[in-house]
Design a protein around this ligand. Sequence first.
Ligand code: MG
Length: 254
Amino acid sequence: MKIARFSHDQTIRYGIIDEADLVVLDGDPLYSGFETTGERVPLADATLLAPVIPRSKVVAVGKNYHDHAAEMGGEAPAEPLLFLKPNTSVVGTGDQIVFPPQSERIDFEGELAIVIGTIAKNVSADRADEVIFGYTIANDVTARDLQQADGQWARAKGFDTFCPLGPWIETEFDIEDATIETRVNGEVRQQAPLSDMIHSIGEIVEYASAVWTLLPGDVILTGTPAGIGPFQSGETVEVEVSGIGVLRNTGRRP
Ligand code: MG
């Protein structure tokens, strides 16, 4: 099931994608299930929003693909390398990525994102499925020059609009055989099977939930494959995960 958050007639609601329509849900499915109102809204008449605004945090994993660790000039760390992005960095598909004046190099990083469904603490890898609501797509936008200058990543990865999520949440995603591809103005820049991840979904949930209590709606970005690079103001970045959809955002230097 694909679950979108959308605005229509100046109200924000949730819906299940059913071909060209949204079947409207009675509330936020993270808290109130999948009861429908009986209404249908044509997708073409709706504006898709970030499918979830994390209540507490976006967790992210750095260097979770060998080829990407190598292009960054090192080996992949033995354990997941975690960092946080603030929930104020989240935007939806179609929203602009606003380039901050502090940076001269803004990079895309296409990633699969996990959406947590229940309060989760100390969850073992083999039970991770029990706390996962579904999966969406992320762009872990990074001010690469500031990442190198600062030595840690809070500023470089935390600006407003630096965490596009969407276009919706797939609750029945099957990671096996799935692929991720990132395009800039239609040109392929990243392409990898998700099975290339070093630390699996279960291992990431176990590791992160041993650090923090994860809340419903928290999101975990699972790392980016090789091929990262800058994009320019006016260019459109598309991140596609097979079985989920396409997240599409355009950069803008104000
Ligand atoms: Mg990343």
